[in-house]
Design a protein around this ligand. Sequence first.
Ligand SMILES: [Zn+2]
Length: 127
Amino acid sequence: MNDQPTFTEETGDSVLLGTAEYAEGKRIQALLDERGIQVTLASNPESCKKGCKITVEVFAREKDLPAIREVLEAEKSRVFDGLEFDPELANEVYDPERGTARCPACGTQFSTISKECPDCGLVFGID
Ligand SMILES: [Zn+2]
């Protein structure tokens, strides 16, 4: 392998880590980002957009895989050690009557005038 165009660095060797719930994907992304590892979240067109959990596909660069595995293993053991999980947030419901809503994916509070989370872009399809 000789010099390759830099864009292959971005896309060429990315591998699918797996599918995760949106919030989990974001959390893993932030976690890895702290260690300088970049992963890409791609929305999964197969997943339904209303009334069920939103999932994303998590892509990473192949060369980062050993490091990612290490991070996620450490993360897993911490789950049993009382990792902060906010069940309230998971149950947040987009209610236009309330004026403000909390995004169930990232926790950002925003006005219900907007049907899209300003932080993570999650769209609340209200018909
Ligand atoms: Zn959000």
